[in-house]
Ligand binder design. Structure first.
Ligand code: TPP
Length: 665
């Protein structure tokens, strides 16, 4: 039987060799954390290399994602579908071993990490979801949801403010099955961290309400084992294991130096490291007995079979719950839901009311909460403004872990990162809310939702200068445009309740993230035929057809659709035919075929667009000088006054239309 150190050295050798071959990457962290990973994966982690999606596996998140070779080495050694050739292709085009762990490329990689601090948020979301599902589905004598979430984090994650948001909420929520290991190696890119990172981390985490195991020697297997055992015994608190390690452990000349952080060690130093580690094997060679000792397949099969048995017993006693568990884990919406929601949308169209679209969204949420129990809502301390709560909202607390709503507190970035973790875990569909202007705070996590194609639904209200009195800091100007620039993110800006409901419906069906930008102020309900309602999901459609011969198309979104309709009426009164095109989702419209797009926006007909924001994202359809938009920050005043002051008026739209019409054919 091999020793702990020999097994850990396999990680070290594979990591330094792969980084050397790629001529780029981060060998230091994998070499430093190898002993910890060896203990975790061989003694504690519940996983099955051949069933990487097994629902009740423990989740492992590498928040310090630059150390990806640690994870790839372990996945390879334990028997996941990741060959030695895959390791040799580290950082190469379309390989299973990208520079940072990326969801969907590598079996066993649970989330995309790399932006430091993102992973700890994901882990909090996963742990919250596990506890929520356990509360909903476990029954006396039947524990089918019961797993831990482990996360490795470095000094970088700790320095990011994001880790504060995530850890603070995890402590308050008492997520006892969340176990974080801090790689306390005292090094980041610029060198020893002491001059820029000096707070007392154990005290910081104790203050959050975590159980902290301080001063663990990250190269002492017995100490690491003891720490994990102690962490797993916690009943009320998440645990932080503070592990002192040496970055680049094993390298005689570079260990402990930032030089090992993000560069290959070099062939000479690698040869010396092989000697120092007593690792006489060639690059990428691992002896058969080590593979045997590393394999997680047998242990995984035992654990998996035990769970399977428990689940079939559960199925026999609780068939409905078992079916519901499987459904929610699969991501499928409840059967019959689509029909019910269609009926809801039709009712909204028939009973059109003037309301703010945030209120429309609330009506949807109230309906959805009743029909889609896996919907897991929340707001970053703006529930009463975002209107994300209703009579069926049950706030999740340690005493009520099975609720359906998370009070995220004022933590927008943390909220979005946690939402990713919830979506990644499976079994819940997260939505989270704040003001649109604060989407900036959450932006990188939204970007990660898009990279990972996660069904995270962002309800961003107060979507324009219509916010009014709170002033320019609270009035989004460039936000719609800048969010539209993120690939695979659907940005919806509905104009009334029916468009809001369709946006919700589409977001629930989309394999990716969506933003619902909703107004603070009231907007009129638009009348539509059934056929028009069915076209909303195309992202852009003819809301109001011309009466006189067609001369102009006015395009608009959200609260500006009203103004477009008014100006159309004025022009039609002068026998100028105007079509109004509502454009609730640019991304969707862009996906339609050319024939549909041309039918909505006929060639040779003048176009004008209006939106209370910067103009640039309209340019595919409308020239700059035919757009009524905003290119400066707003003002503190009642919303209507700000609209007037910034030129977003019916009069200006009318005169813009007339100017454009004067241009001739
Ligand atoms: C948000 C973010 N900022 C900056 C970086 C670039 N970066 C990658 S690793 C790193 C230093 C991390 O230090 P530490 O966590 O101590 O890693 P170690 O040196 O121990 O490998 C930085 C700044 C990043 N990946 N993410």
């Amino acid at each position: 039987m091999s020793t702990h150190r020999q097994r850990a050295n396999a990680i070290r050798a594979l990591s330094m060799d792969a980084v050397q071959k790629a001529d780029s990457g981060h060998p230091g962290m994998p070499m430093g954390m190898a002993d910890i990973a060896e203990v975790l994966w061989l003694q504690f982690l519940k996983y099955h290399p051949k069933r990487p999606k097994w629902a009740d596996r423990d989740r492992f998140v590498l928040s310090n994602g630059h150390g990806s070779m640690l994870l790839y080495s372990v996945l390879h050694l334990t028997g996941y579908d990741l060959t030695i050739d895959d390791l040799k292709a580290f950082r190469q085009l379309h390989s299973k071993t990208p520079g940072h762990p990326e969801l969907g490329y590598t079996p066993g990689v649970e989330t995309t990490t790399g932006p430091l601090g993102a992973g700890i948020c994901n882990a909090v979301g996963m742990a919250l979801t596990e506890r929520m599902l356990a509360a909903r589905f476990n029954r006396p004598g039947f524990t089918i949801v019961d797993h831990h979430t482990y996360v490795f984090m470095g000094d970088g994650c700790m320095m990011e403010g994001l880790s504060h948001e995530a850890a603070s909420l995890a402590g308050t929520q008492g997520l006892n099955k969340l176990i974080a290991v801090w790689d306390d190696n005292g090094i980041s890119i610029d060198g020893p961290v002491a001059p820029w990172f000096s707070e007392n981390i154990p005290e910081r985490f104790r203050a959050y309400g975590w159980h902290v195991i301080a001063d663990v020697d990250g190269h002492d297997t017995a100490a690491i084992e003891a720490a994990f055992t102690e962490a797993r015994a916690q009943l009320h608190k998440p645990t932080l294991i503070c592990a002192k390690t040496k970055i680049g452990f094993g390298s005689p000349n570079l260990a402990g130096s930032s030089k090992t952080h993000g560069s290959p060690l070099g062939n000479d130093e690698i040869a010396k490291t092989r000697e120092a580690l007593d690792w006489p094997y060639a690059p990428f060679e691992v002896p058969a007995d080590l593979y045997k000792d590393w394999s997680g397949i047998e242990r995984g099969e035992v654990a998996y079979q035990a769970w399977e048995q428990a689940f079939s017993d559960y199925q026999a006693s609780y068939p409905d719950e078992a079916a519901e568990y499987l459904r929610t884990l699969s991501g499928e919406l409840p059967s019959g839901f689509d029909k019910q929601f269609q009926a809801f949308i039709e009712t909204q169209q028939a009973t059109a009311k003037t309301v703010a679209t945030r209120k429309s969204s609330q009506q949807c949420i109230e309906f959805l909460t009743k029909h889609v129990p896996e919907l897991l809502g929340g707001s970053a301390d703006l529930s009463v403004s975002n209107l994300t709560i209703g009579p069926d909202t049950r706030v999740i607390t340690p005493a009520l872990p099975g609720g359906n709503y998370i009070e995220y507190g004022v933590r927008e970035f943390g909220m979005a990162g946690i939402m990713n973790g919830i979506a990644l875990h499976g079994g819940a569909i997260p939505f989270g809310a704040t003001f649109l202007v604060f989407s900036d705070y959450a932006r990188n996590a939204i970007r990660l939702s898009a990279i990972m194609r996660q069904r995270a639904i962002y309800v961003f209200t107060h979507d324009s200068i219509g916010v009014g009195e709170d002033g320019p800091t609270h009035q989004p100007i460039e936000h719609l445009a800048s969010l539209r620039l993120i690939p695979h993110l659907d940005v919806w800006r509905p104009c009334d309740t029916v468009e809001t409901a369709v946006a919700w419906e589409q977001a629930l069906h989309y394999h990716g993230p969506s933003i619902l930008a909703c107004s603070r102020q009231n907007v009129s309900a638009q009348s539509r035929t059934k056929g028009q309602v069915a076209l909303i999901k195309k992202g852009g459609y003819i809301l109001s057809e011309h009466a006189a011969p067609l001369k102009l198309v006015i395009m608009a979104t959200g609260s500006e659709v009203d103004m477009a309709m008014t100006v159309k009426a004025d022009l039609e009164a002068k026998h100028i035919g105007v079509r109004v095109v509502s454009m609730p989702c640019f991304e969707r419209f862009q996906q339609q075929d050319a024939a549909y797009q041309a039918a909505v926006l006929p060639k040779g007909v003048h176009r004008v667009a209006i939106e209370a924001g910067v103009k640039e994202t309209w340019l595919p359809w409308v020239p700059m000088d035919a757009i009524l938009g905003i290119n400066d920050f707003g003002h503190s005043a009642p919303g209507a006054a700000v609209y007037a002051e910034m030129g977003m008026t019916k009069e200006n739209l009318l005169s813009l239309c007339e100017r454009v019409l004067c241009r001739g054919e």
